[in-house]
Ligand binder design. Structure first.
Ligand code: ZN
Length: 403
């Protein structure tokens, strides 16, 4: 072999080694997803094909980054196509959170919250802002609920104020009726104050709203008493009263859309279909579904006997669906026995004396019952009774089922 040939062979071997090392070495250092590179100007990203992203968004390991015109990773506030975004010091896009006093939405876009009122989560703490954007403290009414802001954040759990104990649930809402604080049951009145669990009256009004409902709401408001309405669609033109009831802090619950015994007790499907129709009317008025209801005729009714066992099946299904039904243990007698306000008054006043907790059956579609409230409510208040609207924790006053 000549010297020249030896050289040529050597150069071929060397170039081969160089080619192999070029192919091999990048494979060791660059994984399939590319790699972060740092220079004196900042971080950039080398993609698997050797190129780098510039003036573009890129998702890397589940986080979004933005690379500028030179290919460098963005940090801090940046306006992109007319929207402001915030990038953490490590380049990740911030989403759905407060950056100081600035809010970025689920897409990371900055949103103007100036003048926003109501509850806002700032740095993990719920705060309340009035219409001028000022932070509020103390007692706050928002929608139909009371809240308390102490020590700069929304209060939950027990609170002593003005000689009374109050309880706020995990969403900060002041509780009324029976509450469970994790250890025991306590009874709170309609103003949220912890009280003795006797001489409690749950006034309930069925079959409305109707022509006398507004007058009744006026009486309840005058004495600051909260009640419960088991509503129907008997008088569709009065459906707006459902919203008034709800906004005033009364409990709104399902009674029936048609209240037609033959129709609703014909089958389980017929019952729940009527129930859902009433539920939609309620949602349309209040924006909220209710889990509370009362069977037309009560759970002990015998009008459903044309369909053997239907009440047994419906009451079981109600529990499975997460609904709670209420009967009553005091009857006003206004369903047919009387048309006199005085008799209605006497029936209720005598009835509540026999119970620590009374669930009183009334009908706001009866003018004389509404009139009776003008005397019954002041009588009960002056005799030490407390009125509370029904809730999921209330006494159900269930009757024995007879069908
Ligand atoms: Zn009814």
């Amino acid at each position: 072999m000549t010297k020249l040939k030896k050289r040529k062979l050597l150069s071929i071997v060397v170039s081969f080694a160089v080619i192999i090392s070029l192919l091999y070495v990048p494979k060791l250092e660059v994984n399939a997803a590319g790699q972060w590179m740092e220079s004196s100007e900042g971080w950039w990203y080398q993609q698997e094909d050797g190129s780098y992203p510039w003036e573009t968004w890129k998702e890397i390991d589940g986080a979004w980054y933005y690379f500028d015109w030179y290919g460098y990773m963005t940090t801090g506030w940046k306006n992109i196509n007319g929207y402001w975004y915030f990038f953490f010091p490590d380049g990740r896009l911030a989403t759905y959170m407060w950056i100081g006093n600035d809010w970025v939405d689920e897409n990371g876009v900055w949103t103007d919250t100036w003048g926003t009122t109501g509850w806002q989560l700032r740095s993990g703490v719920w705060k309340y802002y009035d219409e001028n954007g000022n932070e509020c403290s103390g007692w706050i009414k928002s929608g139909r609920y009371w809240y308390y802001v102490g020590d700069g954040s929304m209060h939950t759990g027990w609170l002593e104020d003005g000689g009374y104990w109050y309880y706020f649930d995990s969403e900060g809402r002041m509780c009324t009726d029976w509450i469970w604080d994790g250890n025991d049951w306590y009874l709170m009145d309609a103003k949220g104050r912890w009280i003795n669990d006797s001489k409690i009256i749950y006034l309930t009004f069925d079959d409305g709203p109707g022509p006398y409902t507004d007058r009744l709401l006026g009486i309840l408001d005058k004495y600051d008493v909260k009640a419960t309405f088991f509503v129907t669609s008997a008088f569709p033109s009065y459906a707006g009263c459902i919203k008034k009831e709800y906004d005033a802090g009364h409990t709104v619950a399902v009674h029936s859309f048609t209240h037609n015994y033959r129709q609703i007790y014909a089958s389980e499907a017929a019952y729940w279909s009527d129930f859902e129709k009433m539920q939609s009317v309620i949602v349309g008025q209040t924006g909220e579904r209710t889990n509370l209801f009362r069977f037309p005729g009560g759970s002990s009714n015998s009008v459903s006997r044309f369909n053997s066992g239907i009440m047994t099946r419906l009451s079981r299904e109600a529990g499975q669906k997460g609904y709670k039904y209420f009967d009553w243990n005091v009857a006003s007698g206004d369903a047919g026995d009387t048309t006199s306000s005085d008799v209605v008054f006497r029936n209720i006043a005598n009835g509540v004396k026999g119970h620590n907790e009374s669930v009183v059956l009334c009908h706001d579609v009866k003018s004389y019952t509404v009139t009776a409230m003008e005397t019954f409510i002041p009588w009960a208040l002056s005799n030490g009774y407390t009125f509370i609207p029904l809730s999921e924790n209330s006494f159900g006053a269930h009757h024995p089922i007879q069908n």
